[in-house]
Design a protein. Structure first.
Length: 75
């Protein structure tokens, strides 16, 4: 089975980020045991992270494939 993928959205200087599951938690799969388990793991991993690079490192260590996209924020 492929690793579940997470898309991290953040700017270079951001302290926080938004993220999305890539297919494993869509409407069709959100109520499955696997999706619920992955969501719990992702949230716990992100909550214990110090910053965006640490979150990405921890998510990868937890078994996720992580893709980062720079988010353009207005100030």
């Amino acid at each position: 089975m492929d690793k579940p993928r997470i898309i991290v959205l953040s700017g270079d200087q951001d302290d926080t980020f938004k993220w999305e599951s890539d297919g494993w938690n869509d409407t069709k799969h959100a109520d499955t045991k696997r999706a619920k388990s992955l969501m719990k793991k992702a949230h716990k991993t992100i909550e214990t992270s110090k910053n965006v690079p640490d979150a990405i490192r921890r998510l990868r260590k937890a078994g996720f494939t992580v893709t980062r996209h720079l988010a353009h924020t207005r100030r």
